[in-house]
Design a protein around this ligand. Structure first.
Ligand code: 5GP
Ligand code: ZN
Length: 115
């Protein structure tokens, strides 16, 4: 996807503060953090959203979720963290390249959604 901003980060065409990468996944700090720890983990291959996942994506998504826990610990989230995947219009997804937000910090995070 030539005009996808996260694909551009994968290709090194725009800079990002990278935390980890391998052949399949990339983790980098969110440019507008909303918690003391706020990074994103993405598959390098362009997948628009969770709603677009297919059977072929199972292996990379499993690998991605395993990396989330390891990276969160390495980033200091020893006492817990939150993962968020915004999906589609209703989920208020802004960037249509699947990404897992990882949020944490020394203090408790705000409650997830108001009742
Ligand atoms: P969404 O609402 O799609 O789940 O969140 C997209 C996230 O990507 C936002 O938190 C936003 O700050 C982040 N973001 C958007 N553009 C860039 C960028 O160019 N670099 C980085 N590091 N983060 C970005
Ligand atoms: Zn992309």
């Amino acid at each position: 996807m030539s005009d996808c901003i996260f694909c551009k980060i994968v290709r090194g065409e725009i800079p990002a503060s990278k935390i980890y990468e391998d052949d399949d996944i990339l983790a980098f700090h969110d440019i507008r953090p909303i918690a003391p720890v706020h990074f994103l983990v993405i598959p390098k291959r362009h997948i628009a959203s969770v709603a677009d996942l297919g059977a072929d994506d199972a292996e990379v998504m499993g690998k991605l979720m395993v990396a989330v826990g390891k990276l969160a610990r390495e980033q200091g989230c020893s006492d817990g963290f939150r993962t968020i995947i915004n999906t589609g219009r209703v989920g208020l997804q802004e960037v249509y390249h699947l990404h897992v937000h990882v949020l944490g910090g020394p203090e408790l995070l705000p409650s997830m959604l108001k009742r």
